[in-house]
Design a binder for this molecule. Sequence first.
Ligand SMILES: O=C(CO)[C@H](O)[C@H](O)COP(=O)(O)O
Ligand SMILES: [Fe+2]
Length: 220
Amino acid sequence: MSVPLISPSILSADFARLGEEVRAIDAAGADWIHVDVMDGHFVPNITIGPMVVKALRPHTAKPFDVHLMISPVDAYLEAFAAAGADIITFHPEAGPHAHRTVQAIKALGKKAGVSLNPATPAKMLDYLIDDIDLVLVMSVNPGFGGQSFISSQLRKIEAIRKMIDKTGRDIHLEVDGGVDVNTARLCVDAGADVLVAGTATFKGGPDHYAANIAALKRID
Ligand SMILES: O=C(CO)[C@H](O)[C@H](O)COP(=O)(O)O
Ligand SMILES: [Fe+2]
């Protein structure tokens, strides 16, 4: 079985010590840093904006995997790009012109990701897949960390893996929500190559981050 990339969600970090937490997960073996941006409108929670992304940028050289759960999206892309985002992922449900948003992210020189809510079908990707760098399958309803994995999303991951393979392009398939050592294995079996893990990375505190990340990678 292939080893997935791990993108710890800093939603589960200690927000009073975010810079330190980012350095700790970097040292513990995180491949990417997952930044959950919520606006209290598209999702029922408010987290952080571009100023915090900018403040965290000097703390790691690892890619910032920025998950925008905001509506509208386009007005904020430039600010997140300038703040140091490497991958910018948005929800097509958040606006009427998903393809334009992809174009705008790429025009900023960033990797473009599209995220699908649990009730959104894989078909949503039909006319986007050729232009994007990443698909993010939400395996919980977006808005909060610590929720339970919705297993119906495994079928969607399998379907999207087939769509990706058909393109012949190198497109990441990332899963976000309720990923632990058990569900990680199911996601990788279904075709995922990047796993977001908030609760499963940060549980037990800094002394456990390296073992937690290693356990998510060692799932064969
Ligand atoms: O996008 C998200 C929620 O909307 C988070 O990335 C996700 O919930 C990660 O947290 P956990 O691993 O604790 O489920
Ligand atoms: Fe996320």
